[in-house]
Ligand binder design. Structure first.
Ligand code: M6R
Length: 625
């Protein structure tokens, strides 16, 4: 949450920073601001609301210079006003800071600084950082020390608790940008005579592909001469230069009206790329190359704990069905935000699995650390190469979905389901719970999946748009599913509420008669996941029960929108509307189930005039607890 961009170099600074912020706006869009250093000293412009408001301000009151920093905010401490917008300044206005994260001890520090005579004008935690640096600079100046800004930032960050990626400039030391990281991500871009700092790769990828990923406790000093890295003690450190291979175009809309729609349509490719090079149809083997765990580790495991948030939690819950069914290992799934507060029973025989698109979700990272502290080894399923969570994990399965910019997760979700499927098959092979033939058959089905997703996208977009015309004015929605389809019902409800602001709930279909049936009336649309794998006895049984649940809804005048397989002969007689998907094995059906739900949510949100890619009050990466 919050996007930061800093630049020092020969190009006009403002366009470089604004362009970077535009690409990072998914991280927060409550307000935006910029500070630029040049012949007129440091100049600031800020505006509440989205980046375009800041652009309007800059149009009226332009600034220019040779270096600068910018910020797009997701509000934590303080309302989204101009006053609370970053950058923030010290008492003199000569030190300017942008920050992503939360300073947990800010109240104690604020009181201390007020006692020293500092004056605060915002409600933010960030402002104390500027004053702390001011305080440190004042004491350093008295001793006549060199590198005053750098050393003062170092001393200041050592006093902070919480999480921060921060970038500082100071009018007294022009042409210098100091960055520090503890928690939220920060990358440094290395160009030809120009240097960048950003919260995430897309913010600077148009200028350079050569990056340092700062680790916790790293500081970087950017000047026109280059970049110097140290730790918080001032010791020189080295970080490898990483070359980013993905194409910046992948992070563009490419002719689609919204990133979300583009990302929905990218799912066949995301699934293919996540599978590519990881399976052998000859041997029925799955290869997970970034796994430092051995087959013996998998044999010894007695259970699996999965922790994740939001959409990734839904993937985790579907993954439980896959792992338990194939590898016969008990799986517990936790909301990462709850995990460490319930004193979980984890030990060296429990494998921890963290699922996260961004790899920087604070709660998921905290759950991982709790698992490791209790002796468990952890595996991360993650979409961002080199993200924090992958560095602390004993094994990684990357989902190769490509950059996901829309705040509502779509292609990352289906790629997570595929990664979980691969993991379940791999685990089952290691534990000897499935034969080579069974494994080969499952993997063959997996290779057919991208084609089936393409077919759904081709045939279902129109019907979903039609349904959106009928139901976009509904005030509530229910989503029902059983077994592995239940987490997909939850995901359908989350997608709808997140982007259309319609109240929606996901429910296990069989639980309706224990209370929620009371909600049903002729105004309530009920989306029921009624797909089935006819070759699977459990799937058929589940389907029959779901059919009865549909009857129970229609008997009470609810409007049923069913998702069913194309060959289904019964659903058209009982449901008001049917969205068809192709047949697939039970464990792969969720990938097909979810696509009509994504498109339905998308078209409803568009009809309601909602901001699909940047829904209110949300941010793409949740780097605070
Ligand atoms: O990056 P992560 O997968 O860890 O993010 C977890 C959730 O914040 C995320 O899935 C969120 O629920 C999505 N916006 C839902 O579309």
């Amino acid at each position: 949450m919050c996007g930061i961009v800093g630049y020092i170099g020969p190009k006009p600074v403002v366009p470089v920073i604004l362009e970077g912020l535009r690409r990072l706006e998914y991280r927060g869009y409550d307000s935006a601001g910029i500070a630029v250093g040049g012949s007129r000293g440091l100049e600031l412009r800020r505006a509440p609301g989205k980046l375009r408001k800041l652009e309007e301000v800059l149009h009226e009151r332009p600034v220019e210079g040779t270096y600068g920093i910018g910020h797009t905010r997701w509000a934590t401490h303080g309302r989204p006003t101009e006053e609370n917008a970053h950058p923030h300044r010290d008492c003199t206005g000569r030190i300017v800071v942008v920050h992503n994260g939360i300073v947990e001890n800010y109240l104690a520090l604020k009181q201390e600084l007020i006692a020293e005579g500092h004056k605060f004008i915002t409600e933010t935690d960030t402002e104390i950082i500027a004053h702390l640096i001011e305080q440190e600079m004042a004491s350093a100046a008295q001793t006549g020390k060199n590198m005053v800004l750098e050393e003062s930032v170092r001393r200041a960050v050592r006093r902070l608790t919480g999480a921060f990626a921060l970038v500082v400039i100071c009018a007294d030391e022009p042409n210098k940008i100091v960055a520090a990281r503890f928690g939220p991500p920060a990358v440094i871009g290395l160009g030809e005579g120009e240097y960048f700092v950003a919260s995430d790769v897309p913010g600077i990828l148009h200028h350079t592909r050569n990056l340092y990923f700062l680790a916790d406790g790293d500081m970087a000093v950017l000047t026109p001469e280059g970049v110097r890295l140290t730790d918080f003690e001032g010791n020189h450190i080295e970080r490898p230069v990483q070359r980013i291979l993905w194409d910046p175009i992948q992070a563009e809309k490419g002719g689609y009206k919204h990133f979300m729609l583009k990302e929905i349509f990218e799912q066949p490719r995301a699934i293919r790329d996540t599978t590519l090079g990881r399976i052998s149809l000859d041997t029925g083997k799955v290869f997970l190359s970034e796994m430092k765990l051995t087959e013996e580790d998998f044999r010894r495991a007695t259970r699996i704990h999965i922790a994740a948030c939001g959409t990734s939690w839904h993937a985790a819950t579907a993954g439980k069905f896959m792992i338990e069914r194939l590898a016969r290992l008990p799986v517990e799934v936790d909301y990462a935000s709850e995990y460490r507060y319930r004193d979980p029973i984890a030990d060296p025989n429990a494998l921890g699995l963290l699922i996260t698109q961004s790899g920087e979700t604070a709660d998921t990272l905290a759950a991982q650390r709790e698992m490791i502290a209790k002796g468990s080894r952890t595996i991360a399923i993650c979409n961002v190469v080199g993200a924090m969570i992958t560095r602390e994990a004993h094994g990684v399965i990357y989902t190769h979905a490509g950059p996901e910019i829309g705040v509502a997760s779509t292609k990352a979700f289906t790629a997570q389901l595929v990664a979980l499927f691969l993991f379940a098959v791999h685990l089952a092979q290691s534990r000897g719970t499935i034969s080579a033939d069974e494994s080969r058959a499952l993997l063959e089905e997996l290779t057919l999946l991208p084609g089936k997703v393409e077919e759904v996208l081709r045939t279902i977009d129109g019907p979903c748009e039609q349904l959106a015309r009928t139901y976009s004015t509904a005030s509530d929605f229910l989503f029902l599913g059983r077994g592995i389809h239940y987490p997909i019902a939850l995901e359908g409800a989350l997608k709808l509420k997140e982007i259309s602001y319609i109240h929606a709930e996901g429910y296990p279909a069989g639980e309706m008669k224990h209370g929620p049936n009371a909600l049903i009336d002729e105004k309530l649309p009920v989306v029921v996941l009624a797909t089935q794998d006819r070759s699977n006895r459990d799937s058929r049984l589940r389907y029959e029960k779901t059919l009865s649940n549909i009857q129970e809804v229609t008997a009470r005048s609810g409007k049923v929108i069913a998702v069913a397989v194309r060959e289904d002969e019964e659903i058209p007689h009982v449901a008001d509307h049917v969205l068809y998907v192709p047949q697939a094995p039970e464990l792969l059906l969720p990938v097909l189930d979810v696509i009509p739900l994504q498109l339905l949510a998308y078209h409803i949100a568009v009809r309601r005039g909602c901001d699909v890619d940047q829904p209110r009050n949300l941010a793409k990466s949740v780097t605070v607890e």
